[in-house]
Write a protein that binds this ligand. Sequence first.
Ligand SMILES: O=C(O)[C@H](O)[C@@H](O)[C@H](O)[C@H](O)CO
Ligand SMILES: [Zn+2]
Length: 299
Amino acid sequence: MSSVKIECIGTDRYRLGESPVWDEKENSLLYVDITGRKVCRWDAGSGQVQAVSVDAPVSSVALRKSGDYVITLGTRFAALKWKEQLVTTIAQVDRDKAKNRFNDGKIDPAGRYFAGTMAEEIRPAVLEPRQGSLYMLCPDHSVVKHFDQVDISNGLDWSLDHKTFFYIDSLSYSVDAFDYDLQTGKIGNRRSIYKVEKEENIPDGMCIDTEGKLWVACYNGGRVIRLDPETGKRIQTVKLPVDKTTSCCFGGKDYSEMYVTSASDGMDRERLSQQPQAGGVFKITGLGVKGIPPYPFAG
Ligand SMILES: O=C(O)[C@H](O)[C@@H](O)[C@H](O)[C@H](O)CO
Ligand SMILES: [Zn+2]
């Protein structure tokens, strides 16, 4: 564990970095700046970042089987053609909730796009409660609502045997599990597998490793934690040089590196001068565990 190394990739600082996803074909890391309204792609070879600006808060990005990407934009699921910088709407949700937007999203092992919504934040983590829902965009472009009453829909991933869905509603301060039916995408039997501790603050984005353990980025906690979903115990803590760590994914060669996004929104000048890397994207090496490739959207 002593060989764990953390570095900030590049010099760009984002307002609300989120949704890191490794794009193996491009040897690149994709991520979004939600409030900065852009989708970014960092080329691991050249170190260059390309960005596509969009017309609404963009909260997640995912690979697409047919090439290019899908995103959650405002309250829409949309397709993004990278080269053309072209965004086209696939489906819309929460039409009755003008102030809602999508938040975190990820593709399930069968190629469905899961993403949840939340109310507009007055400031980070302060918002009208229970306005969000969890949705699933199917490959045929139909949308299913799984449940509502969500405060801040956040981290999500699936167990390696695809029988469990893990989910975080941030303001419940809990990491939850559901039984998962991969055939139908149905979820059930919700239970909490981990209650975050006070200094861990707000559980945000999440990903699984090849040992079936969960990694959770802790917003205002300045860390990622590794959890054993079987025992409900935390087995590792990795601290980062910024407080507002938002999400994590594995990438790089053999998915042996971890990438962590962060935010700078809501920090005053003094705080920002103490944490000059706030809003940066970090690469962690030497963890000694690997991740799995992201699933692409099948539609
Ligand atoms: O990163 C996200 O998922 C949200 O969009 C953020 O706004 C934070 O999570 C929130 O402020 C604290 O929970
Ligand atoms: Zn998040």
